[in-house]
Design a protein around this ligand. Structure first.
Ligand SMILES: [Zn+2]
Length: 482
């Protein structure tokens, strides 16, 4: 899930009023006022035709328009504006909001998660990257342009590992590491604020506190290679520093922005080459990648043939986001087998795929993945933009694909099995949820009082702890059934 994409429009409107922002009906966006009144407190001066964000609370029509602007609510595709366009347009419309709201946003997603009996979230978030981008553009870059289609045949313009190592050295020498601590602080500040809002670790702790939250460092892929490389290097440095701390808040990286965009497409291969290199330098940093969030007609057929395979083979992705175009890849059955054998999980986002790509159940590869034995789990992607929640996605999976309770149970187990939490799995074999790790073999699954050996094992593994908790919840739920 993406942090900003998970927030409902109503929250953005409240935040914009707190930040004393203005709203432009013409571009359907918040913006920072260039002047304020001399009154106490000062009010934003928004200019002809614009409104104060707080006006929305006195003008239901304006409020409704804003909710529609920041989400898919009421959206009907029209000439030249597709669901894809509306979806991705929402993100820049509230871009003027202050970063200080991220703690409230975490509270919102954790509270909603707790209400649905969710226990663990990996939240994608982009910390400030302006300084890293500036550094990236300040150093000389090999000026060849990668060809998006010349992949299977070998792209001669790809930068070598030696060239990338040189670029890394230069970025580090020029001060890229100085940004690392500020980025880490952003994540920990947001978590601290969430903990304060929810009174976590006190006797009045809110239900949201029960949700374990970790972050994925989100990198913007739709920019020139100088910027993408600098931001990606910064992401790896941040996660490595978090891992070194022993208590990481940030556990991996992910690439975002429309995969069908010009630079995402034309630079895709080169970006995977960057990841191949950076993975060799920081092998412990987990990688999940949006790959194959594409469909026929959105891009030319040749653009559908290699993203998932390269994300795994070059990008070292342990999980794939979406993977919608898998059957259009070169040798799709071999690819599916590869994903199954190497236990690469696909994150399935049914509503997102419908509203962005127009891919509905008959066209969706979920049954193909399941039949091929590829691990799959349901996720929301952007629950605020789509105005859904994870329960909606479970329901949709049942209605669209006739999944059973046991299918859903397996998918929830799969999601924690493939989380980026540290430590060995509760299960003896990857994705086989029948044989328990030897330490807990004699215990009743999810028991509130595990044996000494099992307890010691659970203490040693964050991942197994969450898995045990999930089994505990299954016990409670299943014993409550009539
Ligand atoms: Zn996404």
């Amino acid at each position: 899930m993406h942090l900003a994409g998970a927030i409902y429009a109503e929250t953005f409107i409240r935040n914009a009023a707190e930040d004393a922002l203005c709203y432009s009906p013409a571009i359907r966006s918040f913006f920072k006022p260039s002047a304020t009144t001399r009154s106490i407190p000062p009010q934003p001066v928004c200019g002809e035709g614009n409104r104060r964000a707080e006006d929305a609370f006195k003008d239901q029509k304006l409020y409704d328009a804003m909710v529609d602007d920041f989400s898919m609510r009421s959206f009907i595709p029209s000439a030249s504006i597709s669901g894809h366009d509306q979806f991705f347009a929402t993100f820049s419309r509230y871009g003027a909001l202050n970063r200080s709201h991220h703690g409230e946003w975490l509270d919102e997603v954790a509270t909603r998660a707790a209400a649905q009996n969710e226990q663990y979230l990996e939240v994608m978030e982009t910390p400030d990257f302006a300084a890293a981008a500036k550094l990236g553009y300040s150093i000389p870059w090999p000026d060849t342009v990668a060809n998006s289609l010349a992949t299977d045949t070998g792209d001669t313009s790809r930068p070598s590992k030696v060239a990338l190592a040189k670029l890394r050295d230069q970025l580090l020498a020029d001060g890229l590491r100085d940004i690392v601590s500020a980025n880490r602080q952003e994540f920990s500040d947001a978590l601290d604020l969430r903990n304060r809002i929810e009174h976590c670790n006190t006797s009045t702790a809110a239900p949201g506190c029960s949700v374990t939250v970790r972050f994925l460092y989100q990198i913007l892929r739709g920019f020139p290679p100088q910027q993408v490389f600098a931001q990606t290097l910064l992401g790896f440095e941040v996660v490595q520093a978090e891992l070194n701390s022993g208590h990481p808040n940030v556990v991996g990286i992910n690439f975002v922005m429309p995969e069908d965009g010009h630079l995402s497409m034309s630079e895709y291969h080169r970006q995977m080459v960057m990841l191949d290199y950076l993975h060799s330098v920081y092998p412990k940093v987990h990688i999940s990648l949006h790959a194959g969030e594409l469909a026929p007609s959105l891009v030319p057929p040749d653009g559908l043939r290699f993203h998932i395979r390269e994300a795994v083979e070059l990008g070292h992705a342990e999980r794939i986001g979406h993977g919608v175009d898998v059957m259009y890849e070169t040798r799709p059955n071999e690819l599916l087998k590869e994903l199954a054998v190497h236990h690469i999980m696909t994150e399935i986002n049914l509503t997102s795929n419908d509203v962005i790509l127009g891919v509905t159940k008959d066209w969706h590869p979920l049954p193909v993945y399941r039949a091929a034995g590829v691990p799959v789990a349901l996720s929301t992607d952007d629950e605020g933009v789509s105005r859904i929640d994870i329960t909606h996605e479970y329901t949709r999976a049942v209605l669209d694909f006739s999944l059973s309770y046991l299918d859903l149970k397996r998918m929830a187990r799969t999601s924690i099995e493939h989380s980026f939490l540290s430590g060995p799995s509760l299960w003896a074999q990857s994705d086989n949820f029948t044989i328990v790790n030897v330490a807990c073999k004699a215990d009743r699954l999810g028991s509130a009082n595990p044996s000494q050996a099992c307890h010691a094992f659970l203490q040693s593994s964050e991942r197994a702890q969450e898995q045990w908790q999930l089994e505990h919840r299954y016990q409670v739920f299943e014993s409550s059934l009539p």
